[in-house]
Design a protein around this ligand. Sequence first.
Ligand code: PGA
Length: 262
Amino acid sequence: MNRMNLDQIIHEAVVKHMRRPLIVAGNWKMNMTVREGREFLEKLGSVEGSVLLFPPYTTLAALAPEMRRKGVLYGPQNFHYEDGGAYTGEISIPMIRELECSCLLAGHSERRTYYNETDEALSRKTARGVRSGFQVMLCIGESLEERKNGRWQKKLIEQMALDLKDLSFRELGSVLIAYEPVWAIGTGVSASLEEIGETHRLLKLAMRELFGRELPLLYGGSVNEKNAFDIGSCPYVDGFLIGGASLKPEKFREIIEISKRV
Ligand code: PGA
């Protein structure tokens, strides 16, 4: 049921080339105990449409039924491409399937940077996730240095090409991309509207060239209730991936409401 909702939304965005409704996704990172998550959901109330949360594993498992009741779609922040075995600290697709998740997050820049997640590992993960029947939200993003020295375009296209290299045209229909400039994450300063517009346009064109189709493209990096309307109004922005502002139910709710008006 949950998965159907997201499928339908993505189908509309991609096939009919409609940008609305925007997808609003919250990445809780290593925040939110079960108790805090429960309080968050109580304050948030019920939601409709394409609202997604990526809680940490313990909170994800404990609050999955409550998220379903509220109409919130959900999934893990990371997952392994093997079904089981000697991989201390990892979590597998069969474990995730038990929780009735809709969407899996992959390749967040914090995982790439702090845990050396490689494009090779990500190509295995995206293929495994999609072939297991999940939507996969792949994060891509350039560093400040790459933005400044002009290598950002190459970097972003390379990440998409490498991380999705094993997927067929049909399988790519289960992939969403979150463009998150690393220099805008958690800084309180998002990319400018011009930068977002230019980058998203470039990425949509690159998707057509690489894959023969466009994929939904979210922006992430210091999105909040004050800039969501303007960012959501940029061409080729299909939604948001939100860190800090997704931890406060009032702010997250406000962004959800804004996303309906864009
Ligand atoms: P931020 O994080 O909204 O706090 O910048 C975004 C993210 O890392 O997904």
